[in-house]
Design a binder for this molecule. Structure first.
Ligand code: AMP
Ligand code: MG
Length: 308
């Protein structure tokens, strides 16, 4: 069963599996189509970056620039219900959609033995948010899981109830001070006792300081290319690069068939490619505001918002 699930992940399919926190819905972190499928299955309303689950600390740290703080945290709390945010290496195998286009990545090495075995069988890092439609309660038992969500997955592994029952503690470990992005099963006092340093909460860090965390989804202008961006463009104007969606002519195509998941999978790559050409502006064809199209439009709105 676990081997089959690992194979399905390698094939770009979705799999539901237990972790010590909650049941996760997983996809291969290097595969943008699989990751787009995951966003669509959960109806995640925006491109919130996903947590990348790895079989070992070595596998996780091969993806990032390690800090002393991260090493200390990993020594103490991995494998376990802790995710740490670090700066990604250049040319990371983790696709940019999984990272929501950020230059950072959240990593976790889970302790649940079934999850560990699955990660080994999959042979690739696995992105895995909670196995619930976005905005609903997280499942800690297979019986909690939405039937429609299960139908979108190739395999589901039932290993009884999850131990921790709440999502992992997320810590920004890029600097010297641990910044708690999300409280979870590993408590502040556990962290402070181990490190001998006070934690700070992301919400209490002034944004102009050097340890200000990136808070995905918080800023009006975000994920913005250098060039100004124009949405709902019916055609290209002088000096613009035109990004098409199911349009016969375009400089770059999000999709030629109107497939929203494909468009989502291509979005950040296409915006990067367009921006590299130093256009006067980037014009993007209308994207249907349904399914993962809502997420694409939400990103595009932030990219088009006035810059500070
Ligand atoms: P979940 O929604 O439980 O899948 O957890 C994902 C959350 O982890 C996101 O909503 C972010 O708050 C956080 N996260 C993931 N990647 C990053 C990152 N690169 N930088 C900051 N926070 C991140
Ligand atoms: Mg969740």
């Amino acid at each position: 069963m676990i081997e089959r699930a690992g194979h399905a992940i390698r094939q770009g399919e979705l799999v539901i599996f237990p972790t010590e926190t909650v049941y996760g819905i997983g996809a291969a972190a290097h595969n943008p189509s699989a990751v787009a499928k995951l966003y669509a299955a959960k109806n995640r309303p925006q491109f919130n970056p996903l947590i990348v689950h790895c079989a070992s600390e070595d596998a996780a740290f091969s993806l990032v620039k390690i800090t002393k703080l991260a090493q200390q945290l990993a020594d103490a709390f991995w494998p376990g219900p802790m995710s740490i945010v670090l700066t990604s290496i250049k040319n990371s195998p983790i696709c940019s959609l999984a990272r929501a286009g950020l230059d950072s990545v959240a990593l976790r090495v889970p302790a649940n033995p079934v999850c560990q075995e699955l990660l080994l069988c999959a042979g690739t890092p696995v992105v895995a948010p909670s196995a619930n439609p976005s905005g609903r309660l997280s499942p800690t038992d297979v019986a909690h899981i939405d039937i429609e969500l299960i139908a979108k997955c190739a395999e589901i592994i039932d290993a009884g109830k999850c131990k921790a029952g709440i999502e992992s503690t997320i810590i920004d470990a890029r600097n010297k001070i641990p910044v708690i992005l999300r409280p979870g099963p590993i408590t502040n006092s556990q962290i402070e006792d181990h490190l001998g340093t006070k934690c700070v909460y992301a919400s209490s860090v002034p944004t102009h300081t050097s340890i200000a965390p990136i808070a995905p989804g918080q800023l009006a202008s975000h994920y913005a290319p250098i060039a100004p961006l124009r949405m709902n463009a019916s055609r290209k104007q002088d000096g613009e690069i035109f990004i098409g969606f199911n349009t016969p002519y375009a400089d770059f195509h999000l999709t030629k068939t109107g497939n929203l998941e494909e468009a989502a999978a291509h979005l950040f790559d296409v915006l990067h490619l367009a921006d590299k050409q130093n256009p006067l502006a980037i014009a993007v064809a209308p994207i249907p505001n349904i399914g993962v199209g809502e997420a694409i439009n939400e990103r595009l709105k932030r990219a088009a918002a006035p810059r500070n």
